[in-house]
Design a protein around this ligand. Structure first.
Ligand SMILES: C[S@@+](CC[C@H](N)C(=O)[O-])C[C@H]1O[C@@H](n2cnc3c(N)ncnc32)[C@H](O)[C@@H]1O
Length: 236
């Protein structure tokens, strides 16, 4: 079936309420699925996430990982951020997802600042899959500013990214292995950051950055195409 993209003026959208589109459109947009979400969820659990953990998902899309997390976590313990509200609304069009979200009182913010501090919650984990891998160069610092602000003591940020050096799992190195220095969000294209750039940015925000190739190995064992580098940011 072919879908035609119709641009709706903001004022009209506000009058008619949330935009729910066909789930296939949302899946195509985020280019992941429930299996990818399950793998992300497994990584978070391997990293120590338990039902009582508070989790912020940055770039939650149509809740491919979110629906697993919301089911697993205690009520009130999941917050998702995504500037594309239609992706979340489309997921909420699936009755079982809507029921989970209601029962577990999951919350969503539709901002592009990576900032959830308005909620006054400190998070034990931040999960962000396939967001830094599309960010403009300046958004790496914005991301770290936003998420560091809401990180609980001992909290961890797990994020996927494409390192400019490439990796042994199929991610090709960038030309000259340099930062791609993109001025805007790249989508569906990708951006790349040198490991040294990421480490320096983490340092500016009082964090240290570690690569975790085991998590890439874990993902590509099921999804050979999803060869993002995985990084953990934590306070030293
Ligand atoms: C490739 S999709 C990945 C979605 C989801 N993490 C997944 O694995 O299915 C990238 C997501 O980042 C979201 N995004 C774009 N700019 C963002 C921003 N400034 N802050 C948070 N999310 C953003 C997009 O709307 C989209 O949902």
């Amino acid at each position: 079936m072919a879908f035609r993209k119709i641009r709706i003026p903001r004022q009209v959208a506000q009058l008619v309420g949330p935009v729910v589109r066909h789930p296939t459109l949302a899946r195509r947009y985020v280019d992941t699925d429930e299996v990818s979400g399950q793998l992300q969820f497994e990584i978070l659990k391997r990293h120590g996430c338990v039902p009582s953990s508070r989790v912020l998902e940055v770039g939650c899309g149509c809740l491919h990982a979110g629906r697993q997390l919301i089911g697993y976590l205690d009520a009130d313990h999941y917050v998702g951020i995504d500037p594309n509200a239609w992706l979340v609304q489309t997921a909420l069009g699936e009755p079982h997802v809507a029921q989970l979200v209601t029962e577990k009182r999951a919350r969503f913010l539709h901002v592009d600042t990576f900032d959830a501090s308005s909620l006054g919650v400190a998070f034990d984990y931040v999960l962000s899959h396939s967001v830094l891998s599309h960010c403009a160069h300046c958004q790496l610092d914005q991301f770290l500013t936003g998420v560091e602000k809401v990180l609980a003591p001992g909290g961890r940020i797990l994020a996927s990214i494409y390192l400019a050096e490439g990796n042994a799992f199929g991610s090709a190195p960038a030309p000259n292995q340099e930062d791609s220095m993109d001025e805007e969000w790249q989508y569906p294209g990708i951006s790349r950051f040198k490991l040294a750039t990421v480490e320096a940015a983490a340092g500016r925000h009082g964090l240290r950055a570690l690569t975790v190739p085991e998590y890439t190995a874990f993902i590509v064992a099921t999804r050979p195409r999803e060869c993002h580098d995985w990084m953990v940011f934590e306070r030293p």
